[in-house]
Design a protein around this ligand. Structure first.
Ligand code: GLN
Length: 490
């Protein structure tokens, strides 16, 4: 078995272990985005929820998915280790998808509960393992996360596109089962390749083996026992609100407690990490309209025609972002290297600020789709797709960089927690996205297509403005904020 030292002294651009994590995450994202892409369409068409209800439920489900990443990260740091967490999470995700595959209508919320807990154990911990492949200060870390991010999106592209297509064309049960089957492929891939990870992701070293084992079983048991509670919370939006009010402040208090044991050098970087996390909440609240309101906008109000070809706008909505991320990540990666060479690479805060500017431009484009209508009064799919290209640039200026920063700015014993907090920010983003989406949906159940279009696009115009303001503020403040996270030698 290779030692950590050997793994981290790899030559070339990427450590070879990254491929195992790349493919495992790719299939997990297939499953996740496959399910995610089906949620609102399934809820409105099969469960007969109104647009407003579906947006709210979507936000709540997504919020729980990402909120559990904090819990998954915490238990991985303290009890299970990253590898066991990932395996446990993967098993739960498979079970969840398969029971949806049996009868999605009857088992809908139970399947979703299992997927929520499973993703919580899986998602943050695989990203943390990528971080462990690099020594502190290794300049290749960002490139590793960019590659890993392309893997995420490869899975999202196929899952998001294929599952909603199979669901709409053949059968929803089959589509949910499909996502479970691909999750199995991911888990088998991990089991076959995990030996290459050496000590990375093993359970924390302990003096008392017996207590450690007992704690592990408690975590497994506890996650099963929590199912009815999660069920109650996602089916009743009022409970979701309470949960969201509590989990954020509670994690913040926990972090402050951990920070009280650290010195200022470590703490100033953690404060920097918290600012990135906070900014990402705002980013995802807007961005995540993609799974909610944009999904509904695409379903009935966008034309199927683009450049003379026929597309399903929902498939475009679910896949365009990932496709652009995969293609653009190569160019943006090269651009960073070139800018670094000529000493013009923007600092991390500046990159986040620019991410908001791209976000703003994309929402102005979503807004503008209502002025480009075809003969049937449907909005332009071409502009809609182009807006997805612009939003994907914004995502690449923020999301893979944020993952890398979490392992760069925090001490190792807090990696799981910090990665969990990074994704918890997505939970808040999703939660707010659902509320924003519901606010944009026309309140009338029998609203005309035109009324629905105006309601949604008015909302997009507002989001564009807020994103613009946020971007401008962050760009100006980046000069000062960067000092927080700079290494002393810089
Ligand atoms: N698309 C990325 C992923 O699935 C980021 C998601 C997020 O953090 N909201 O990992």
């Amino acid at each position: 078995m290779q030692t950590l030292e050997q793994i981290q002294s790899f030559e070339g651009k990427y450590p070879k272990q990254i491929w195992s994590l790349f493919f495992t995450e790719m299939w997990e994202r297939f499953c996740f985005y496959g399910n995610r892409g089906m949620l609102v369409v399934f809820m409105t068409n099969i469960l007969f929820f109104s647009d407003q209800e579906a947006n709210l439920k979507y936000g709540a489900i997504q919020a729980f998915v990402y909120a559990f990443t904090f819990i998954g990260g915490l238990f991985a740091d303290k009890i299970l280790g990253f590898q066991k967490s990932l395996l446990w999470g993967g098993i739960l995700m498979i079970l969840g998808s398969l029971i949806l595959g049996l009868d999605a209508k009857a088992n809908f919320f139970y399947g979703i509960c299992l997927i929520i807990i499973g993703t919580g154990f899986f998602k943050p911990n695989i990203s943390t393992m990528v971080g462990e492949l690099y020594r502190a200060g290794d300049p290749r870390r960002d490139a590793g996360f960019s590659l890993f991010y392309a893997g995420i999106n490869l899975g999202a592209l196929f899952g998001g596109g294929l599952c909603v297509y199979v669901g709409k064309t053949y059968s929803w049960n089959m589509a949910f089962a499909l996502s479970g089957i691909f999750m199995m492929v991911g888990l088998i891939n991990f089991l076959l390749t995990r030996k290459n990870l050496g000590p990375i992701g093993q359970a924390p070293v302990t003096t008392n083996e017996k207590t450690a084992k007992r704690n592990q079983y408690l975590v497994y048991g506890g996650s099963i026992i929590s199912i009815p509670f999660i069920y109650a919370m996602i089916t009743n939006t009022a409970y979701t609100d309470i949960f969201m009010y509590i989990i954020g402040p509670a994690t913040l208090l926990y972090l402050i407690y951990e920070m009280s044991k650290l010195n200022w050098e470590q703490n100033r970087k953690l404060v920097g990490a918290m600012i990135f996390i906070f900014l990402s909440i705002i980013f995802w609240s807007f961005f995540e309209q993609s799974g909610g309101s944009l999904s509904l906008y695409a379903e009935k109000l966008i034309s199927k025609d683009m450049l003379g070809l026929n597309f399903d706008p929902n498939v475009v909505n679910n896949s365009a972002n990932s496709l652009f991320v995969i293609i653009l990540s190569v160019f943006i990666g090269l651009m960073w290297i070139w800018l670094a060479k000529i000493k013009m690479e923007p600092n991390y805060f500046m990159k986040f600020g620019l991410a908001f500017i791209f976000l703003s431009v994309s929402f102005y484009m979503f807004y503008y789709t209502r002025f480009l209508l075809d003969n049937a009064g449907l909005a332009s799919l071409g502009l809609f797709t182009f807006a997805y290209m612009v939003i994907s640039v914004g995502e690449l200026f923020l999301s893979p960089i944020g993952l890398s920063l979490m392992t760069k700015l925090s001490p190792k014993h807090l990696w799981g927690v910090m990665m969990g907090m990074w994704f918890l920010a997505s939970a808040y983003g999703q939660y707010v996205a659902g509320i924003l989406g519901a606010g944009m949906a026309s309140p009338k159940k029998d609203a005309s297509p035109m009324e629905r279009m105006i309601a949604y696009t008015d909302g997009y115009q507002q989001l564009a403005l807020y994103a613009l303001i946020t971007g401008a503020v962050v760009i100006v403040a980046s000069v000062f904020l960067n000092k927080l996270i700079a290494d002393r030698a810089e």
